[in-house]
Design a protein around this ligand. Structure first.
Ligand SMILES: Cc1ncc(COP(=O)(O)O)c(C=O)c1O
Length: 339
């Protein structure tokens, strides 16, 4: 039984994803470091978005849509996985790529996610601004109206926070799955580490963990906004997830942790500690992170381990949300001198 059982859903995810111990990292720090492998959700290179898209696709199909429309950065994993989800469901798909990150490198614009989006044959539109969520959503609605004029029925997957949080339901369910795995292994973690961008993953996960009866801190790592703005976004998202589910659950402001220590130099731009964290995990465990999301959240975990935040023998769980195709848009990760 999941809190999300009554919502329409379209199956996109290999589940349960593995919960594995990072043996070499654990031995290095004397702490049991576990990784929830949501980079292995299975859809077109995997990642967190397949859990979220299951509920958007459920809505789209229930409404009889024939086309999906969504928006994101040029290297957006959400865009790549939306295209894959549309193809699996037999739908047409159009995506809007926003000018969100100042990067000239041709690989950023052509390799990784945009390469896969083209390979799967999505129609691509461009949006010249990167920090205008309402404008980007409005442009999708304009396109949906044009398609309606041609007799088509589009379903818009929006970006801003002002919509029913169907995506977050995927992580209510994802957290329930993780807690069940932890209970089966008799692990009581000291902390979960998750990235927080649109906040669907963080909000859904926090609600799912609390609804499952665990009081474990869920440490959100900011990838797009500073902690104050992300805290506000999370508050609104959590309230709306709880209202959508119709559950009786109280989550206080103190329970919402948004850590922006790895945000600089900005969205889609990895700082030195993030680059080092990506190289560290690749070389310690053969596990790949990405420069925008999972690299930043792992960099925070590494910092916590190095500064003795956990006592020996404690367990901690890192949620790997994927994003690995975008590595190919950042060739400097291996060409810089320190590589
Ligand atoms: C790989 C990856 N991790 C984390 C996130 C952040 O998830 P959310 O937008 O649900 O906060 C994203 C969002 O695009 C992502 O692609």
């Amino acid at each position: 039984m999941s809190l999300t059982d009554n919502f329409p859903r379209f199956d996109l995810t290999h589940r349960p994803t593995p919960l594995e111990k990072l043996n070499n990292v654990s031995a290095a720090f004397g702490v049991d470091v576990w990784i929830k492998r949501d980079d292995c959700t299975g859809l077109a290179f995997g990642g967190n978005k397949s859990r979220q898209l299951e509920f958007y696709l459920g809505q789209a199909l229930a409404q009889g849509a024939d086309t999906l429309l969504t928006t994101g950065a040029v290297q957006s994993n959400h865009v790549r996985m939306t295209v894959a989800a549309a193809r699996k469901a037999g739908l047409e798909v159009e995506v809007q790529l926003e000018h969100r990150v100042e990067r000239e490198q041709p690989e950023y614009h052509q390799s990784g996610n945009p390469y896969l989006v083209r390979l799967m044959g999505a129609r691509i539109h461009y949006y010249p601004v990167g920090e205008d969520e309402d404008g980007a959503d409005a442009a999708l609605e304009t396109r949906a109206a044009e398609l309606a004029g041609e007799g088509r029925k589009a379903y818009v997957i929006p970006l801003s926070n002002a919509h029913t949080p169907y995506g977050a339901l995927g992580y209510v369910d994802g957290a329930e799955e993780t807690v069940a795995q932890l209970r089966a292994l008799q692990i009581d973690p000291a902390c979960f580490i998750v990235p927080t961008g649109s906040a669907s993953t963080h909000a859904g996960f926090l609600v799912g963990v609390r609804a499952s009866g665990l009081a474990t801190p869920v440490h959100g790592v900011c990838v797009r906004r500073d902690s104050e703005s992300q805290q506000r976004r999370m508050r609104a998202k959590i309230d709306s997830v709880i209202a959508t589910l119709g559950v009786d659950l109280e989550i206080t402001d103190d329970d919402i942790v948004c850590d922006d220590s790895m945000l600089a130099p900005g969205y889609g731009l990895p700082g030195e500690a993030t680059v080092e964290a990506i190289r560290y995990l690749a070389r310690a465990e053969g596990i790949l992170l990405d420069p925008t999301y999972s690299g930043k959240s792992f960099a925070v975990l590494l910092q916590m381990l190095r500064t003795g935040r956990f006592v020996p023998g404690q367990a901690v769980v890192f949620l790997h949300t994927g994003g690995t195709p975008s590595l190919f848009g950042y060739p400097e990760l291996v060409t810089q001198q320190s590589a």
